[in-house]
Design a protein around this ligand. Structure first.
Ligand SMILES: Nc1nc2c(ncn2[C@@H]2O[C@H](COP(=O)(O)OP(=O)(O)OP(=O)(O)O)[C@@H](O)[C@H]2O)c(=O)[nH]1
Ligand SMILES: [Mg+2]
Length: 224
């Protein structure tokens, strides 16, 4: 419990046996529930996660959004925190981010990797792609978004009832932010965090995922 709120952490994982160990070992004690959504990993991810006290939920169909949609259905907390299973987002920043949510008027906080603190933490290609997607999202939705692709969010579970989340892929990260920012009953705020190099093998396909995420922004804005 954190200030009388039950906290659930949700982590989508596809072959993240290395990263998940580091994350679970550093999970703060105030976290009540950790849900690892295993996307049919072929390594030891689900076994390690279970041994280290997480609740493992299986989603056989691959996809970042697909994993989240399944995992979020099982959450019991008042506040949900998400992060990648690759140990690139700071688990240590949880209380700072929870304070940011609890002391703000918005229902959804997104952890921003910009301004970038460690230049080696993000590949140049990903940085440029992220900048383009964040500018397009800012223009289409009349808001200032620094990190449209961040995978670390802190939000009240109640906000989920007011969202229409459809994407099964990487665009889920944009979709959940758009659903929050354009709903006056939720609202979005970005808080800067420190970000580090991922552990383990990359899953992001910069060209395919970047292109799909760009198309998704236009489709979501103009329909079709
Ligand atoms: N790409 C992908 N990731 C998945 C899937 N299912 C779960 N994930 C997890 O979603 C998270 C995000 O994927 P990452 O590969 O870290 O993507 P990213 O953070 O955009 O890029 P890098 O960390 O720089 O490689 C990781 O924890 C993955 O293990 C899936 O089907 N595809
Ligand atoms: Mg990652």
């Amino acid at each position: 419990m954190y200030r009388d709120c039950k906290i659930t952490v949700v982590i989508p994982c596809l072959n993240e046996q290395e990263g998940i160990q580091h994350i679970l070992a550093r999970m703060p004690e105030f976290v009540d529930e950790v849900i690892v959504v295993d996307n049919d990993s072929t390594d030891e991810t689900p076994k390690i996660a279970e041994q280290m006290g997480a609740r493992v939920i299986q989603e056989r169909v691959r996809g970042y959004g697909r994993a989240y949609k399944t995992g979020l259905l099982h959450t019991q907390g008042d506040i949900i925190v998400t992060l990648d299973g690759d140990h690139s987002y700071p688990v240590d920043a949880l209380s700072y981010l929870l304070e940011a949510l609890l002391n703000s008027k918005v229902g959804f906080v997104s952890a921003s990797r910009f301004p970038i603190q460690n230049p080696e933490s993000m590949a140049f290609k990903n940085l440029v792609g992220n900048k383009i997607l964040s500018w397009v999202m800012s223009l289409l939705y009349f808001c200032w978004i620094r990190d449209s692709q961040s995978g670390m969010w802190i939000f009240y579970k109640d906000a989920l009832k007011k969202m229409d989340l459809r994407s099964d892929g990487m665009a889920f990260s944009e979709e959940i932010k758009i659903e929050a920012l354009r709903n006056p009953e939720i609202g979005l705020k970005e808080i800067p965090i420190n970000f580090s190099n991922r552990a383990g093998e990359k899953k992001l396909k910069p060209w395919t995922d970047g292109w799909n995420n760009l198309i998704f922004l236009f489709r979501k804005r103009f329909g079709g």
